[in-house]
Design a protein around this ligand. Structure first.
Ligand code: CTP
Length: 403
């Protein structure tokens, strides 16, 4: 597929340049994450980088031979510096050493990686990694200012403990942060600066200290929406119930396990939000008086072996948010097992929502993909079956257009 036709992020190709620095060990994890995100990664290393991590490791993780030398006859036209950069949607240098930054500033072309950066016709992103004194040095700061002026994106560095034992600015960003930066780079900034609050996962309603009522929601759809909204430039707050997922690095993450704590968490963060997306499968009922002690079987020996738990309704978070004066743009999810469109449309009207996402519980719960239909004032808009990340793009594009 030609570069112009690779609109979808999962078809993107990047060159990952690795220069000499101890942070090169993190590049192995970065390659793994990029490949997992279906991004095609071609690794190019400097000779110094090979002192820190072997090309074989990166070949195994990227599934492609690693290029190091300028004079490599195995590349189609024998000119790897041209061929590799022409085919890439972006070049990411991670880690970028102080020396490599200086070379970029001066347009130096004395090895394959610096030459292909000079010959590129695609964006260049660099993730500096070095000792804090090297980072703070006036020469490095001049170089960074010049690279920014040249349109090069600087990612990080972060502050923290360094390999040399010193503490300060100069650590390379973590692999998941670099992946998020690459995703954001390839995603149109349709929600730039917008504040988006999302609930995700299942709630857990305690019966006694060891037992609870919950449901099968995995949190995957809510987490995908949080990640993609952040990639689109939104300032995302994610309120999670019970889920086994790792929260996205680019969101503010809050844990609220029960329907009541989730209600409180949403209400205390709702001010100034532009968009509220309620994806969490919130319990509609909770035990009326949860036992403070573990319920014993023997306590119910006179009830013919049965146990009744009285349930009381929970507060509807989405409905209450949508009813607020100056309510944000509210989006609901309707998981139904039958009469999908009819039930979801009714729910949209009852909860005062401009948009609801209807999905069949049988295909939605726990799965990595789903089939959804968006319902708004105009009508129904079915999206093709896709991964939850791809659906998140479709849903957020629709929200951005309506918003
Ligand atoms: N929701 C919520 N607070 C609740 C219950 C639901 O915020 N206490 C939100 C969900 O996050 C979802 C939407 O409301 O976006 C629809 O939830 P759903 O459980 O499908 O609908 P209910 O109104 O609970 O109706 P029913 O269970 O009868 O289908």
């Amino acid at each position: 597929m030609s570069k112009q036709n690779r609109e979808n992020i999962s078809c993107k190709k990047i060159v990952l340049g690795i220069t000499g620095g101890i942070a090169a060990y993190k590049s192995a994890e970065l390659v793994r994450l990029l490949v997992k995100a279906n991004i095609d990664v071609q690794v190019v290393m400097t000779v110094a980088a090979c002192e820190f991590i072997t090309p074989i490791t990166l070949q195994a993780l990227s599934g492609k031979p690693v290029f190091i030398q300028m004079w490599d006859g195995s590349v189609g036209n024998g000119m790897p510096h041209i061929e590799l950069s022409r085919d890439a949607d972006a070049i990411l240098i991670a880690p970028a050493s102080a020396n490599f930054l200086a070379k970029l500033v001066h347009g130096s072309a004395d090895d394959l990686l610096s030459t292909l950066c000079l010959a590129r016709d695609c964006p260049l992103l660099v993730a500096p990694a070095m000792n804090k004194q090297m980072w703070e040095n006036a020469a490095t700061q001049r170089n960074i200012a010049q690279l920014k002026a040249d349109g090069i994106t600087i990612l990080g560095p972060a502050t923290g403990e360094q390999a040399c034992g010193e503490v300060g600015l100069g650590r390379m960003l973590e692999s998941d942060e670099l992946l998020a930066a690459i995703n954001a780079h390839f995603t149109p900034q349709l929600l730039a600066g917008k504040r988006v609050l999302i609930t995700a996962g299942a709630t857990l309603e305690m019966i006694d200290p060891v037992r609870a009522i919950t449901n099968l929601s995995s949190g995957k759809m809510g987490y995908a929406l949080a990640q993609v909204a952040a990639d689109m430039g939104a300032i995302v707050t994610l309120i999670s119930g019970a889920t086994a997922l790792t929260p996205p690095a680019s969101a503010t993450n809050i844990v609220a396990i029960s329907s009541d704590t989730m209600y409180q968490a949403v209400m205390s963060h709702i001010k100034n939000q532009d968009i509220f997306i309620a994806v969490a499968a919130v319990a509609d009922y909770t035990p009326a008086s949860p036992s403070t002690q573990k319920i014993k079987k023997s306590d119910h020996s006179n009830d013919n072996g049965t146990l009744s738990i009285q349930l009381t309704p929970t507060k509807d978070i989405l409905k209450d948010v949508a009813s607020l004066p100056n309510a944000p743009f509210c989006v609901g999810f309707a998981a139904e097992s039958e009469n999908l469109i009819a039930y979801a449309s009714k729910k949209r009207i009852a909860k005062l929502l401009p948009l609801i996402i209807a999905n069949q519980v049988q295909s939605a719960m726990g799965s990595d993909s789903n089939t959804v239909t968006l319902i708004d004032d105009v009508g129904t808009h079915p999206l093709p079956t896709a991964s939850k990340t791809e659906l998140a793009h479709g849903i957020l594009n629709h929200i951005a257009a309506m918003f």
